[in-house]
Design a binder for this molecule. Structure first.
Ligand code: NAP
Length: 311
């Protein structure tokens, strides 16, 4: 494919950025990829792995002359980065992000975008519990949704080009306004992570994890929780701090449902439990039918880099 962008600047060189870079290189989507991350260690790793052509000492240098800038840092770091790069962005350049929360990122980034630069917020619904420059792989986005939430007045051609880039990396693109994704992601991603963190925390409180009983006899349910609860603490702290309203809304509903199930267990109401579990089983089938998972017993794990390389 001919390159869609001359120079792509990646700000942040972790799981999502390195996966984008691998995919863009595999598909020839950029003539040059320039990278910046906070630590010299990550910058060196990116160079060594070869998914960037060069790295810079600052974010401002990285965006110099870029026609696409991708912000792939934790949500809480977006504002400072936007303020730093704003004055150095080339006219006509597209800036996008991959942050897991949209409204907070728009509020943090948009005020720093100069006239004639298009900020098109985005979010790939793809990831693993791994982080850092060594965790990325080109197929991460294949078959996954990539949400774009263009702001009113954005050049349609800039949105179209960004969309083509996401699709060329294997993603399915949906365009929507910024509000709903935060609520949808609170249901499908953010609250489940919080529940996983809580469940693993409860097991740890029982002090049996370190005594190895829970680990040794861990059943699939608990193992899946531990995988999710191993996700990056900085990223997830920022998600809950910035998607507060939507997460609290869903957590409130979750708590009500939990109390109803608790009551059914206490009263021995098997019919309630059976009807509830039957309904949720149908949702799982719907996800598989929509092609967003497989029915394999190890679902999810096949997404990690190690697994991909093994197969
Ligand atoms: P990651 O692997 O932890 O990488 C984060 C990168 O950001 C690192 O390269 C880090 O640099 C850099 N960084 C952090 N603070 C910075 C700062 N102040 N200035 C410059 N660079 C900074 O994280 P990730 O999983 O790729 O997540 C990146 C973004 O994607 C987040 O906004 C997250 O919400 C979103 N996202 C993640 C997932 C997922 O499943 N992981 C899925 C969808 C979207 P160092 O390496 O030097 O620390």
């Amino acid at each position: 494919m001919t390159a869609l962008y001359n120079r792509v600047a990646l700000i942040g060189l972790g799981l999502i950025a390195s996966s984008m870079a691998h995919a863009m290189k595999a598909e020839g989507l950029a003539d040059e990829i320039v990278g910046f991350a906070k630590s010299a260690e990550s910058r060196a790793a990116a160079l060594e792995l070869g998914f960037v052509d060069r790295v810079t000492e600052t974010a401002a240098e990285a965006v110099h002359g870029a026609d696409l800038v991708m912000l792939a840092v934790p949500v809480g770091a977006m504002e400072a980065i936007a303020a730093e790069i704003g004055p150095h962005l080339a006219p006509g350049c597209t800036v996008s992000d991959v942050g897991s929360v949209k409204q907070a990122v728009i509020a943090a980034v948009q005020p720093h975008m100069p006239e004639g630069v298009w900020f098109i917020p985005g979010h790939p619904i793809a990831g693993t519990e791994h982080s850092g420059p060594r965790s990325g792989f080109a197929s991460l986005f294949r078959g996954r949704w990539w949400l774009l939430t263009p702001i009113a007045g954005t050049d349609p051609e800039a949105t179209h080009r960004l969309r083509r880039r996401c699709e060329a990396m294997g993603a399915k693109v949906a365009e929507m306004v910024a509000g709903p994704p935060d609520l949808v992601l609170a249901v499908t991603s953010h609250t489940p992570h919080l529940i996983a963190y809580t469940m693993v925390g409860v097991a740890d409180d029982l002090r049996r994890v370190t005594d190895s009983e829970v680990i040794q006899y861990s059943a699939a349910g608990f193992r899946d929780f531990t995988r999710i609860a191993a996700s990056d603490p900085t990223m997830w702290r920022d998600v809950f701090l910035t998607n507060r309203e939507a997460t609290l809304d869903i957590l409130g509903r979750f708590t009500e449902e939990l109390f109803a199930l608790q009551r059914a267990i206490r009263l021995g109401d098997g019919a309630h439990l059976h009807a509830y579990f039957t309904r949720t089983r149908a949702i799982r089938r719907g996800i598989i039918e929509a092609g967003q998972d497989t029915s394999a017993p190890d679902f999810g794990r096949g997404q990690t880099k190690d697994e991909v390389q093994e197969t």
